[in-house]
Design a protein around this ligand. Structure first.
Ligand SMILES: Cc1cc2nc3c(=O)[nH]c(=O)nc-3n(C[C@H](O)[C@H](O)[C@H](O)COP(=O)(O)O)c2cc1C
Length: 359
């Protein structure tokens, strides 16, 4: 399966200064969503961020709010499941359940929620809050989704008294159209986060690392499915890719060099916790900068830089290793989706990993 990710951010998830990058004027955002929709992309997922991550571009900070982004695209599309990404500590479950139900109705039953607990204290401070301790965040998220699930499915008002919420006569009408309920996604990777995904999510995320071989991928992704089976549930496990597709390998490499190595917004690297940056031990200064610059492209998501043949081949490999879906990111989503739809999708269909899409 395929999805798009982060089209609600100025520049997408790429910290570059080039003018050809993605822009978040609504005409562009809508056009990108409709291209993905017509190509049969199963999901479209926004990123939720409140503060800038620095640099000249205010990386990640200039963005359209995910719930209202989803409402607009629910109306503009016909096929994809449109997700909103929600920092659950910042929204009361009654308000969120009602808003999500409304978007589910606008879309005709195609809504999904990406539950995030948040990690950035600067963002919590903007809301006058302190972040919960890490695992407590997932306890809170459990109670939040339990309340939402009941609001979505139970006809009679219920009283909820828990650790985080005390809600008398909780009730919403109408109910969502999605059956049994809107899809739930979670990208937690810690033990508490992945346990949450196993217990609640229809879609979980894991990362494909540069050093991974197919067995590593299979092992890591199977663990999510096994954990979900422990709760008597199925989960599909997705990852993210960042794509530059050109006619030749050289053209693709040259474009990477132009967009990231020459025009990457390196100021962003100063605001990233050095512990999450790739190690540059033993590298010259120039090599170190190149290596760290990878982070500017979707925070080090798996990079597919090459020709339609090499990109399709890499996608088939991760699919065969047991990855159920990939959310895709480009520097320019319009050009990226056009090229992908024309040149890569037919190759995936010929390889038998994807059926031709008929709307
Ligand atoms: C595909 C994907 C999307 C994510 N979206 C967001 C987001 O929009 N906002 C956010 O604060 N965190 C986001 N995260 C972070 C996760 O929710 C999670 O906090 C992170 O993977 C660390 O896992 P942990 O919470 O179990 O420690 C995302 C992660 C991934 C892999």
């Amino acid at each position: 399966m395929l999805g798009t990710f982060a089209t609600n951010l100025e520049g997408g998830f790429t910290a570059t200064k080039i003018p050809e990058k993605h822009h978040i004027d609504w005409a562009t955002v809508k056009s990108v969503a409709q291209k993905a929709d017509r190509a049969g992309f199963e999901i479209q997922v926004p990123l939720a961020r409140w503060a800038s991550m620095g640099g000249e571009t205010d990386f990640c900070g200039v963005n359209l709010e995910p719930m209202t982004w989803a409402a607009g695209l629910a109306e503009a599309t016909e096929y994809s499941r449109i997700f909103a990404t929600i920092h659950v500590p910042l929204v009361h479950p009654i308000l969120a359940a009602k808003q999500m139900t409304t978007i589910d109705h606008i879309s005709g039953g195609r809504f999904g929620v990406n539950v995030v607990v948040g990690w950035n204290p600067v963002e919590f401070a903007m809301f006058g809050q302190k972040p919960l301790a890490h695992d407590n965040g997932y306890e809170y998220a459990q109670e939040w989704i339990d309340v939402v699930n009941r609001l979505w499915t139970e006809d009679e008002p219920f009283d909820h008294k828990g650790t985080f919420f005390d809600i008398p006569a909780a009730w919403i009408q109408p109910k969502p159209l999605s059956r049994p309920r809107p899809a739930i996604m979670n990208a937690g990777t810690s033990p508490a986060g992945s346990a949450y995904a196993a217990r609640n999510a229809d879609i979980a995320f894991s990362t494909i690392l540069e050093k991974d071989d197919p067995d590593d991928i299979q092992r890591r992704f199977d663990r999510y499915r096994k954990n979900a089976a422990g709760f008597g549930r199925d989960v599909s496990v997705w990852s993210g890719v960042w794509i530059i597709c050109r006619d030749t390998e050289q053209e693709a490499r040259d474009y990477y060099e132009y967009a990231i190595e020459q025009n990457g917004d390196v100021g962003v690297l100063d605001s990233i916790d050095p512990r999450v940056l790739p190690s540059t031990e033993g590298l010259s200064e120039e090599e170190a900068l190149k290596h760290r610059a990878r982070t500017l492209a979707a925070f080090g998501a798996q990079q597919l830089i090459g020709t339609p043949d090499s990109i399709a081949k890499a996608m088939v490999e991760v699919c065969e290793a047991g990855v159920d879906g990939l959310v895709c990111q480009w520097i320019d989503y319009e050009e990226g989706l056009d090229t992908f739809t024309e040149h890569v999708l037919p190759r995936l269909e010929r390889a038998g990993v994807r059926k031709p899409f008929t709307p």
